[in-house]
Design a protein. Structure first.
Length: 225
């Protein structure tokens, strides 16, 4: 009898397909993780911006209400907690002559004929003749953007011009956490007769960042004396 021959199995060849599959799968998971992280960060940024916008909006609404209180102040001593007093500028109905073109103490007035020439395209800081007081300062507006010139930050209660910070004449507590306190301008609008005249209030509020700003307007008629 012939002896049986034993044949050793041929060595298997590694093609590397499994390693390639694992590498592709790992890259896909990494890409999904990166996209998910970016979406999460974007969602957080949108939520943060929305919150900032709501804070600015509420600040502007608070400034509108503060301006209405300001217009209804009686004459006399300042209110509790207010750094400044309107003094003989109130009651408003009898003191509309205190409103002027320079918006001193936040009280503005313009001749009705001048309003025909307003032009946002050509208005600028050096061409204020065609600007509305409530427009941005770079468009000839009269807000007075330097906080150091405002009452409470070194500015004079009697000579400051432009926006009135919240609580300046009313004693309303400041809003915490915002970049800047909301402020308002009051314009006396002549309509021909004193019975038809009214006040336009423009308020702007700020969020946690100074770059987040909301502007609101309302029209207010002071009750007759």
């Amino acid at each position: 009898m012939k002896p049986l021959r034993r044949f050793a199995p041929a060595p298997s060849r590694q093609s590397g397909v499994a390693m390639l599959f694992v590498l592709v799968f790992t890259l896909a998971l990494t890409g999904i993780a990166i996209v998910s992280a970016r979406l999460a960060l974007q969602g957080e940024a949108v939520a943060r911006n929305q919150l900032d916008l709501q804070v600015a909006r509420q600040g502007a609404e608070a400034a509108l209400r503060d301006a209405e209180i300001d217009l209804l102040l009686p004459t006399g001593n300042p209110r509790t907690g207010a750094p400044c007093s309107r003094g003989d500028e109130r009651p408003t109905q009898a003191q509309v002559g205190k409103f002027n073109k320079t918006c001193i103490k936040g009280q503005c007035v313009r001749d009705p004929n001048e309003r025909l020439s307003v032009d946002y395209r050509t208005a600028s800081a050096t061409n204020q003749a065609v600007a509305e007081p409530w427009w941005p300062s770079e468009k000839g507006g009269s807000w007075g953007d330097d906080p150091d010139e405002k009452p409470g930050s070194g500015g004079s209660c009697e000579t400051f011009t432009g926006g009135v910070p919240l609580g300046t004449f009313t004693g309303t507590p400041p809003i915490r956490g915002v970049a800047l306190q909301p402020e308002y301008l009051i314009e006396y609008v002549r309509r021909g007769s004193s019975e038809d005249d009214f006040f336009r209030i423009t308020a702007r509020g700020f969020g946690y960042r100074a770059g987040t700003e909301v502007v609101m307007q309302s029209y207010f008629k002071v009750p007759p004396l």
